[in-house]
Design a binder for this molecule. Structure first.
Ligand code: SAM
Ligand code: SF4
Ligand code: SF4
Length: 382
C-alpha cells in the first residue's frame, strides 16, 4: 500500500475554531411542512440521526483521542455550550418529521452525560411520520454499562453497540490508554444482554500492528454467542490520530484470516439499504459477524445519516469540515423560531447535500496527506 498518512496534529487550535462564528443559517422565505421524504442531491433520504451528547470520554483510545492531544490542557466544551435534553429532543423531532426513524446516542462517551436515561425517555415519546416508534440505540465503550444497562432499558433504549478492540488485557489497556480492564467491558455486555438490549453489536476497530493479532480470538469468543462482532477498518477521521493507509487491514483480508483459522463465512442480505456493516454468517450456523469497510468499500451511495454535534451543529457527513449551527436558531435572542421554520432550514440543508468523501477517497480523488480540517470523531460521534 502507499505511504499516505495524516500527521498527528494538536487539535486545540482547531477546537477553539469550533467556537468561531459560522455563517448564520437563514430561515427560507417560504416555509414547508415536512412530508417524511426529504432527499439530497443524489436521491438519498434522511433516515438516521446520530447525536453526540458529550465531547468528553474516560478513555483515550489511541485512534480516536490520543493522550498527546487530548491532555489536561485540552479545551472541552463548557456545559453551557452543550445542547440541553429539551433542545436535543426538539431537533430530533424535526428530523423525525423528515424521515428519521433511527436515533443513535454517541459521543465522546455517552454514558458520561448526566441523566442520559432521561434523554432516552424523552426521545422515546417521539413517533415517525407514520406513527411508528423509533429505534433508539447507543454506542458506548462499555465502561459504565454494567451499572446503567437496566435503567437505559427501562427508559426505552432499544439496543446498544459496545466498542471492544481486544480481549487481551495488555493490548486492550494499551489501546484505551487509561489502563481500563477488559473484564469490566465484558460485564457490561452481559448486563446489557440480561437487560434485553440485544442483539448487542460489538465493534472492533482493527489497527495493523496494534490489535490485528486479536482478530481470530475475538471471532472465536463471540462465535456461538447472541452478540454480533463487527470489524471496523481504521478510518482517517479527525486530524489527531496520525492515520496512515498502511494502518488498515482490509475486511477482505480479515475474512481470509478467519477462513485460514477454520471459520468459513457466507454473505447474508443487508437488513436495509443504508446499513453500514456487510453481514456474514458462519457457514456452520454458529452466528453472525459483520464488516464495516469504510475505507475499502465505501457506502456513500446509500448514506442516509446526519450527525448532530454536542453543541448543536449539523454535519451531513462524518468527514465534513463545517457544521451548520442549529443551536443558534434554537437560542436566537432576536426571534423565537417555530419548529416549521427550523424544519424548513433542515430540509434546505439536506437537499443541498452532496457529500461522498469515502467514495472519493477510494477513487483517490482526495489528497489524504493534504492539511484538511476534519472534525474529531469524539466531537461529532461515530
Ligand atoms: N465512546 C463510544 C465508543 O467508543 O463506543 C462512542 C463514541 S466512538 C467515537 C464511536 C465509534 O467510533 C467506536 O466504535 C469507535 O471504535 C469508533 N472509532 C473511533 N475512532 C475511529 C477511527 N479512527 N476509525 C474507525 N472507527 C473509529
Ligand atoms: Fe472514547 Fe469512544 Fe473515542 Fe475511545 S472511541 S476515545 S471510548 S470516544
Ligand atoms: Fe456517509 Fe460521508 Fe461516510 Fe460517505 S463518507 S458514508 S457520505 S458519512
Amino acid at each position: 500500500m502507499s505511504e499516505k498518512f495524516i500527521p498527528i496534529v494538536d487539535h486545540r487550535v482547531n477546537h477553539r475554531d469550533s467556537h468561531r462564528q459560522h455563517a448564520r443559517l437563514s430561515i427560507p422565505a417560504i416555509l414547508e411542512q415536512p412530508n417524511g421524504q426529504v432527499v439530497d442531491t443524489f436521491g438519498r433520504s434522511l433516515n438516521d440521526l446520530r447525536i453526540s451528547v458529550t465531547d468528553r470520554c474516560n478513555f483515550r483510545c489511541v485512534y480516536c483521542m490520543p493522550k498527546e492531544v487530548f491532555d489536561k490542557n485540552y479545551l472541552f466544551l463548557p456545559q453551557t455550550s452543550l445542547l440541553s435534553f429539551e433542545e436535543i429532543t426538539r431537533i430530533a423531532k424535526i428530523f423525525v418529521a423528515h424521515g428519521v426513524s433511527k436515533l443513535r446516542l454517541t459521543g465522546g462517551e455517552p454514558l458520561l452525560r448526566k441523566n442520559i436515561e432521561k434523554l432516552v425517555e424523552m426521545l422515546r415519546g417521539l413517533r415517525t411520520h407514520d406513527g411508528q416508534e423509533l429505534d433508539i440505540t447507543l454506542t458506548t465503550n462499555g465502561s459504565l454499562l454494567a451499572r446503567k444497562a437496566q435503567s437505559l432499558k427501562d427508559a426505552g433504549l432499544t439496543r446498544v453497540t459496545v466498542s471492544l478492540d481486544s480481549l487481551n488485557e495488555a493490548t486492550f489497556r494499551q489501546m484505551n490508554d487509561v489502563d481500563f480492564p477488559v473484564s469490566d467491558v465484558l460485564e457490561g455486555i452481559d448486563a446489557a444482554h440480561q437487560a434485553g438490549l440485544g442483539p448487542i453489536k460489538v465493534n472492533m476497530v482493527v489497527k495493523a500492528g496494534l490489535n490485528d493479532q486479536e482478530i481470530v480470538p475475538m471471532a472465536r469468543y463471540f462465535q456461538n454467542s447472541p452478540h454480533i462482532l463487527r470489524f471496523i477498518e481504521y478510518m482517517d477521521v479527525g486530524s489527531s490520530n496520525g492515520w496512515r493507509l498502511d494502518d488498515i487491514i482490509p475486511s477482505s483480508e480479515i475474512r481470509q484470516r478467519l477462513n485460514d483459522a477454520g471459520m468459513s463465512l457466507l454473505p447474508i442480505a443487508a437488513n436495509y439499504a443504508s446499513e453500514t456493516a456487510e453481514r456474514w454468517r458462519y457457514a456452520d450456523d454458529s452466528g453472525e459477524i459483520g464488516f464495516i469497510s469504510s475505507v475499502t468499500n465505501s457506502f456513500c451511495h446509500d448514506c442516509s445519516r446526519a450527525r448532530l454535534s454536542t453543541e448543536g451543529k449539523l454535519y451531513t457527513c462524518l468527514f465534513a469540515t463545517e457544521g451548520h449551527d442549529l443551536r443558534a436558531l434554537l437560542r436566537d435572542q432576536q426571534s423565537a423560531h417555530s419548529d416549521i421554520a427550523i424544519s424548513s432550514v433542515v430540509a434546505q440543508l439536506w437537499r443541498a447535500r452532496s457529500d461522498r468523501y469515502s467514495e472519493l477517497r477510494s477513487q483517490n480523488t482526495v489528497e489524504l496527506s493534504a492539511p484538511r480540517k476534519k472534525i474529531e470523531m469524539s466531537y461529532i460521534g461515530g
